[in-house]
Design a protein around this ligand. Structure first.
Ligand code: ACM
Length: 611
């Protein structure tokens, strides 16, 4: 049997054409959109879970091409590009599931944009730019270093990236001294005809020296310019987040992402391990969590939301975690695990009984369209699950910090729950924000008592009793304002504002592009066109721990699709995280992206090539 499928955008509408060369009796069209769909014509909506839908079609005759017209239920959602077309489409005919080819191709198209501008004189072909570069004129040939204790991580990285060895017997010696006045990640590298020498603040400073030498060798064509590089990061937190709940990224992809991060001196991997669609970590405290939600699709607890199609998923074993941790350690990267509560927990609610109030008659819906994605803090089962769970997860990661989520509680959450009404009266709480803050503080207290630091998205600061408290690190994502407010109330903050640091947003407004658009488009220039310490907020500068990029996996169906969303924009976020304010502007980062393009190609990391 041959089935055909195509889809295109016309204004708010998505026009789908389904063709068959055999007659099909009562087929059901199953697919997902970016958010909850409605059917304008061509079929009848028979089931919807968030962005996933099942549409009953009439019988199709052999040779028929049937049109189904869809819209997003939320009138504010305009389909912007190909990522907004149906993902994971298939037909269910009786008991059989028949995959449909993706409508207009998946992922970025790799058309070449205009040539990059030249790098300004006086700059090194290096991302991030060093704090200071004093050229002394001339250059030396450089192929490899003699063995240096402490550079094993960079040497292994070079090998994995498929680059020439960085360390070989008989290579150029690097004279290393420790200098107490330098910060642990800082280094002062002298490149001279007489040889290479470096003063480092500690093992991380030496590691970053190795990264600098490896990169310059690649971007300067086997030479090094002579001079002195003084370098240290502006921020201690230089992060990259990866949503492994919506899309299950293979461990190999995660290891490759760690390698790419290391090449850009990023040092925090935020591992988003649970969300509405799945719980990915093979925990022992409650195995049903991952056993029941790791795969989604036909016949599973969670259907094929966000491109899940007939079946998609996976879970990370303890051995997988050990692989990620070992790679991270070798690259001076810490791993922050995230378990999302109380919202973004649809899978958790489905998998574990007792997390919702049976008397709850509320009608809340999450931004993504779930009507049951928040656990209820008035239910004993919620605490029986969460307290040991977060302790177990935190205990698996040597960083000693766990992220508890806390974003996007649906408007009106818990308002219909009599058990919550009683809890609020008892604890003198009025709003859902008050209750979420109270709940997070209680979870955090248990962790802090074990010496574990907590982190959460910006919403965790809300609540009449002061929100999560407990010295939590907060992530400012809707903008920088909430981060500034939280910092003024005593929180340390990581800035990851969506409009500049979300790599799931499309690069451009081209309908042939790929990605979300709710916070606008993020061309490369935008990733550097902002200050982590915004104007007027200089008073809280010491509270800004750093900068992070986020990649959400809603419309990713294959690991490789994430690569061109991340590169080259990761250059901009690495720049913001390391360099002093306003060192590299949009023109500069585009010039550097031009230089890094061939390096991305050499290490086999796909990149967006458009304007
Ligand atoms: C988020 O993007 N909802 C943290």
């Amino acid at each position: 049997m041959t089935l055909s499928f195509s889809a295109r955008i016309e204004g708010r509408q998505i026009l789908c054409a389904i063709g068959t060369d055999r007659p099909l009796a009562a087929p059901v069209f199953c697919f997902s959109l970016m958010a909850a769909p409605t059917v304008v014509s061509g079929g009848t909506l028979v089931r919807r879970v968030a962005g996933y839908a099942e549409v009953a079609l009439p019988d199709l005759a052999a040779g028929a091409v049937h049109e189904v017209v869809l819209e997003h239920a939320n009138a504010d959602y305009f389909p912007r590009n190909r990522a907004w077309l149906p993902l994971g489409p298939y037909l269910r005919v009786g008991k059989e599931c028949l995959p449909l080819p993706p409508g207009a191709g998946l992922g970025l198209r790799e058309a070449e944009g205009p040539p990059a501008p030249a790098l300004e004189a006086g700059r090194l072909p290096l991302v991030p730019q060093p704090t200071e570069w004093r050229a002394s004129g001339g250059e030396i040939g450089f192929a490899a270093l003699s063995p240096v204790e402490g550079l094993e991580g960079v040497a292994d990285l070079a090998e994995r990236l498929g680059l020439a060895p960085l360390v070989v017997p008989g290579g150029l010696p690097l004279a290393v001294t420790e200098e107490a006045a330098l910060r642990p990640e800082g280094y002062r590298l002298t490149i001279a005809p007489a040889g290479l020498s470096v003063a480092v603040g500690g093992p991380a400073g030496l590691h970053y020296t190795g990264i600098t030498l490896l990169t310059l060798r690649e971007t300067c064509g086997g030479k090094l310019p002579c001079g002195v590089i003084e370098d240290q990061p502006r921020f201690g937190w230089r992060g990259q987040h990866l949503d492994c709940a919506r899309h299950f990224f293979g461990v190999d992809f995660i290891l490759r992402l760690l390698d790419l991060m290391a090449l850009l001196k990023l040092n925090r991997f935020h591992w988003h391990l649970s969300d509405d669609e799945a719980f990915r970590l093979e925990v022992e405290t409650q195995p049903l969590l991952w056993q029941r939600t790791a795969f989604r699709g036909e016949g599973e607890l969670v259907p094929g939301v966000f491109g899940g199609g007939i079946r998609a998923g996976g879970s990370y074993s303890k051995a997988d975690v050990a692989l990620v941790l070992a790679r991270a350690k070798a690259l001076h990267i810490e791993v922050l695990p995230e378990i999302e509560v109380p919202a973004h927990s649809h899978g958790m609610v489905k998998a574990i009984p007792g997390l919702r109030d049976p008397g709850d008659n509320g009608e809340e819906a999450s931004v993504q369209g779930y009507i049951d994605n928040i656990v209820n803090p008035a239910m004993p089962a919620t605490w029986e699950l969460l307290q040991p769970l977060v302790q177990e997860v935190a205990g698996l990661f040597p960083f000693g910090m766990i992220h508890l989520g806390a974003d996007e509680a649906p408007h009106g959450a818990w308002d219909g729950s009599p058990a919550v009404a009683a809890l609020k009266a008892r604890e003198e709480l009025r709003t859902s924000d008050d209750l979420q803050g109270w709940m997070l503080a209680k979870l955090a207290e248990g962790l802090v008592a074990q010496g574990i630091r907590v982190a959460a998205w910006e919403e965790a600061a809300k609540g009449v009793q002061g929100g999560i408290g407990n010295g939590a690190l907060l992530f400012s994502w809707t903008g920088q304002g909430p981060g500034v407010e939280a910092a003024r109330r005593g929180h340390d903050v990581v800035m990851c504002p969506a409009r500049t640091a979300y790599f799931d947003l499309a690069h451009s407004d081209d309908p042939d592009d790929w990605g979300a658009a709710w916070a606008g488009f993020v061309p490369l220039e935008k990733t550097v066109d902002w200050n982590p310490v915004p104007k007027g907020a200089e008073d809280i500068a010491p509270r800004i721990a750093g900068v992070q990029a986020c990649f959400w996996g809603e419309f990713t169906t294959e690991d490789s699709q994430a690569e061109g969303m991340i590169a080259p924009r990761i250059l901009g976020i690495a720049t913001k995280a390391w360099e002093p304010a306003w060192r590299t502007d949009g023109h500069g980062i585009r010039a550097l992206a031009g230089i890094y393009g061939p390096l991305f190609d050499r290490i086999g990391w796909r990149r967006y090539r458009g304007a």
